[in-house]
Design a protein around this ligand. Sequence first.
Ligand SMILES: [Zn+2]
Length: 447
Amino acid sequence: MSSLLIEHATIVTLDNENRILHDAAIAIAGKRILAVGDTPPDFRPDERLDAGGRIVMPGLYNAHTHAAMTFARGYAEDLPLDRWFNERIWRLESALTSDMVYWGTMLAIVEMIRGGVIGFADHYFYMDRVVQAVCESGVRANVAWGVFGSDTGGEVGITIPETVAFVKATQGAADGRLRAMFGPHSPYMCPDHFLARTAAVAVRENIGVHIHVAETPEQVTLSEAAYDMTPIEFLAHRGLFETHTIVAHAIYANDVDIAILAQKDVNVVQCPSTHLRYAMGVTRVPDMLAQGVNVALGTDGAGSSAALNMWREMRLAVLTQRQQHCDPTVMGGATPLYMAAPNGARALGFEQAGALQPGYAADLIIIDSTASHFQPIHDVIAALIWCAGPADVRDVMVDGRWLMRERELLTIDEAAVQQGFQTALQEMMARPLEQFQVYEAGAEEQT
Ligand SMILES: [Zn+2]
């Protein structure tokens, strides 16, 4: 078991006391953090690292994405959500290949590691290839195989029994870096009977669920017209919140919905870039946090957010709330950092991870804070939230293993990934396209 002592660092722990230590050390033994601040006198590290002028903090979690969708970056611009789905994304995805998922995910992982992201919650297709990418690259992930269900009774994509087999084979794989869940797309795209069956099997097999919900006012109107329930009430009623659950967006949550999310311990993921780009609205994050809901942050897929940049998401999470509430004090202090790290780890189902404290996973990133755009650092938290970007991340460690040192990727051949990605993209773009799903925009078009 190798050991490491990182010395002379500014350490942002994101622990329960929000401790920030200056000129401090962090001791790592194997996959775990041994000590933060006071190094045990008998600790004899194999290696010492002088982190003077650098900030050490927990790695970030992208808690809702479709990583492979790097292939759709810039493919569907300036469209409302229904046309984005119907005219662009669900046509392009009809040509999706397993290779595109692998290479698209590898390209996403390159971008995420370079930006300090050490774990992601992924919701997509051909997830066996995402598992392959996670195993090879050394990051963490919670993977959900996206399924739509159909009105005729079967599933689009893999079946529920196949999903159960996939989850059982994946849970805890990659030396414990993988979690797996059910991935029904959403209440608006999945038939009632399919969601109920998914929930029943999820409870029986103790499998979590990752799902989109309440993205537009029209989705709420349609749900209320069909069931006399909001989409969140509907999911709760059908039993989707009985196991570990991640819901993406939850923009149109009313007070009752938020109480349900809190009571059922549902993890909510806000994706500010996507919400802003598609003018979807603002998730009620301060209200949710006040009610004790675990709220994390995600980029969503690059097809909607363009970048897998969690620094931007943190900043926008604050800015959107301040604009919405006309209140410059809302979401203050380290709130977005907590959403991006410990809350993200919890959402993905990684225990003892997401903060720098003894016994926790040795997952950390090192930021070079000597650059001009950080000067002066009166407030290290403010510097991270308002001044830092992906390019400031120098080093990334997961489970005590370096994935990047001084911006050099150690587990991935970036040039080979770019080449593989381009080849897979050309093959996919040469295939015929057809629309394989239909998004019904809203109440006014239904009537
Ligand atoms: Zn999504």
